[in-house]
Design a binder for this molecule. Sequence first.
Ligand code: FPP
Length: 236
Amino acid sequence: MDNKMPVPNHIAIIMDGNGRWAKKRFLPRTAGHAAGAEAFRRTANYCRSIGVKYLTVYAFSTENWKRSEEEISGIMKLMGKYLKEAITDMEKNRVRFKVFGDISRLSPELQKLCTDAQERSAQYDDVQVNFCLNYGGRDEIVRATKAFAKDVAEGKRQPEELTEQMLSGYLYSADVPDPELIIRPSGEMRTSNFLLWQSAYSEYVFLNVLWPDFQPKHLDEAIMEYNRRNRRFGGA
Ligand code: FPP
């Protein structure tokens, strides 16, 4: 990476292609997710080393519950293993960890790992990793709307005072700036219900590499593409 290259403050990634990576190797899908977890570790470390302040990754969507029980339990097991190992790393590297999503549907053990990791890392502010787990963009907006409606019903808010900024404060991403760059590997070109509200002005970069094969050079490539684009926010 060229040291003078500007780096986005917040990068978000749809970690896609684990299943195809495994299929190509005649391996079970879970092996693809395990390789995907390694790619995440590698990418998170690289992002930290080049000065990215926020990294948001799509780990499990509200739609992913439709997959086989075997695959879901494989992914959940990997998450548990990863979180156990990651807590010490987060402390060493001063990384704040946040979950975006409804964790109440996860096993009690995994819920505890998530809350412990969030609590233990809340004091750090060098880098923040947002882990989207049982996350859906529409679901997030519905939850925010309900929370606002509840505040109105309780007399804490007036309907007229609602602004975009206020609604943002009810999202999982309250206090997190919007991502400037969203990367989707694996050749798919969809947003798949990821960060619907926050991506209003994000640049999308789609890469033809399966997530488990994702390397620092792919991140560099996405950042270079991002830097080449003229970002105008709808202005002239
Ligand atoms: C998409 O690939 C990936 C997922 C639904 C799960 C993402 C999970 C991980 C990267 C592993 C868990 C992460 C950590 C850090 C413990 P896909 O299965 O949809 O791939 P396909 O489109 O090729 O089938």
